[in-house]
Design a protein around this ligand. Structure first.
Ligand code: SF4
Length: 458
């Protein structure tokens, strides 16, 4: 048995134990998180004006100094990743700016947990891609415009042509790889008053760069001097360009997920452009004409150097295939100790799982027979992940500010299975949840019978 097989089986058992815990609401069933969001650095190389943490120079200076101690990061990773499916590096900073980013990827790779990456894409290099692509589940590129003007205004510090080259190098390399090594790539776009008109062109840009999915989210305005960026000020305009973006996505076969149009508001593109308290106060006079000339974006994509990118992408592909796709013939003796230790851990987990399953067999059978039991309230973040702050505080998500434990004085297993976390889970299920959880968009409801079937599968 290979170490990777052991980790995969440990993850599967952990998954089923978590389902059993959710179904029975038995907090004595011990599990581990399925994922961890490391806020390992708050450093960002850009100065996006609408960003909560880096939008204002004074805040930016402060946040750019915050890093999680390396010892803490690796200690938690080594504890959690054997039974977890995924991890994230900072979503408040730029993960590619993390100290030792590539080293960490290599160190965590053997655990078979994949990284979900949210990046501004500007720091992508061929060296990073060789280690990043095989370790990644999804790459979310934050981009808020299609034109040079909009990209460089909303992502301050980014160079348009270089960014497009980076994205093309990524997608081209991924295209050349076998399916099992391909991460999902998508655009994440913050929709602002300034960029509503570019939504169809963002879809077009994604298509031309080989990005198959585009997600859009309304801006949350954190700074008073950008008050007029709030999309609620442009409802007819948003409805108009929402329709155009959907048309473009349908025509080009790009998956598009945008907030729905405003109900009862007639679509119109008759709206002032620019103005006070916006990221771009004065647009060039020919902005709209240029924007709607479709060839404008095609031209830009054509000048990013497709031939050079092809050559580079092929080189990266060869390195990745050599390192990650060819089974190694030799046995790594240094792994034998780890293999033995993890094999014993797997045995222990298997026995524990069988014991729990036996204990709840009748309950599972009855739930399946009944079929119509009350749906179970569910939050993926609460059930699956921990959010780890640079100071070691653990919360279920970034909306909860009161930590449920601190890793400086304890381990994840104790915190995740401890009284404070269990009380939070109980309160979440009650009629009196924490105020942050009330009407949270992460809440869904699961069928108990479906959970039983999933537990019984395999
Ligand atoms: S319901 Fe929302 S606020 Fe509550 S834990 Fe889940 S994600 Fe966080």
């Amino acid at each position: 048995m290979k170490l990777s097989d052991i980790y995969i089986q440990m993850k599967s058992i952990n998954h089923k134990l978590s389902l059993l815990q959710l179904l029975t609401q038995d907090s004595t069933i011990h599990t581990m998180p399925h994922g961890v969001s490391f806020q390992n650095t708050l450093l960002c190389n850009l100065r996006c004006p609408h960003c909560q943490t880096h939008g204002v120079e004074e805040h930016r200076k402060y946040y750019n100094t915050i890093n999680m101690p390396h010892e803490m990061l690796t200690r938690v990773a080594h504890e959690v990743l054997p039974t977890a499916d995924e991890y994230l590096f900072t979503v408040s900073g730029e993960p590619l700016a993390s100290p030792n980013f590539t080293q960490l990827l290599l160190e965590f790779f053997p655990y078979c947990a994949k990284i979900e990456l949210h990046t501004n894409g500007t720091l992508i290099t061929p060296e990073i891609l060789t280690n990043l692509i095989p370790a990644t589940k999804g790459i979310h590129i934050s981009i808020d415009g299609a034109t040079q003007l909009m990209v460089e205004a909303t992502r301050k510090g980014a160079k348009y042509k270089k960014l497009l080259q980076n994205i093309k190098l990524l997608t081209k390399t991924v295209d050349l790889l076998p399916d099992k090594l391909k991460p999902l790539i998508y655009f994440g776009c913050t929709i602002l008053g300034s960029n509503i008109r570019e939504l169809p062109e963002i879809v077009e840009l994604a298509y031309l760069l080989g990005v198959p999915k585009v997600y859009g989210y309304f801006v949350v305005v954190y700074h008073e001097h950008l008050n007029n960026e709030d999309v609620k000020n442009y409802k007819p305009l948003y409805n108009y360009y929402h329709e155009k973006a959907v048309e473009a996505a349908n025509r080009l076969g790009v998956f598009l997920c945008l907030p729905p149009p405003f109900a009862g508001v007639e679509a119109s593109d008759d709206s002032p452009i620019g103005g006070n308290n916006m990221i771009i106060e004065n647009f060039p006079g020919d902005y709209i004409d240029k924007l709607h000339a479709r060839s404008h974006i095609e031209d830009i994509v054509n000048i990013i150097g497709a031939e050079a990118i092809d050559i580079q992408a092929n080189k990266i592909k060869d390195v990745i295939i050599d390192r990650y796709d060819v089974p190694k013939q030799h046995v790594d003796l240094s792994n034998l100790f780890s293999l033995g230790r993890n094999y014993l851990m797997l045995k222990k987990m298997t026995m524990y799982y069988r014991k729990m399953l036996k204990h709840y067999k009748q309950f599972l059978d009855e739930t399946i027979q009944r079929g119509d039991a009350k749906p179970i309230k569910y939050c993926e973040s609460l059930s699956k992940r921990i959010y780890l702050s640079p100071a070691g505080e653990i919360t279920p998500c970034c909306y909860i500010y009161n930590p449920l434990g601190n890793i400086s004085s304890d381990n994840v297993k104790n915190i995740w299975n401890g009284d404070v976390y269990n009380d939070f889970r109980q309160k979440f299920q009650s009629d009196n949840p924490f105020k942050e959880c009330i009407n949270c968009h992460n809440i869904s409801y699961l069928s108990p019978a479906a959970l039983c079937h999933e537990i019984n599968s395999v």
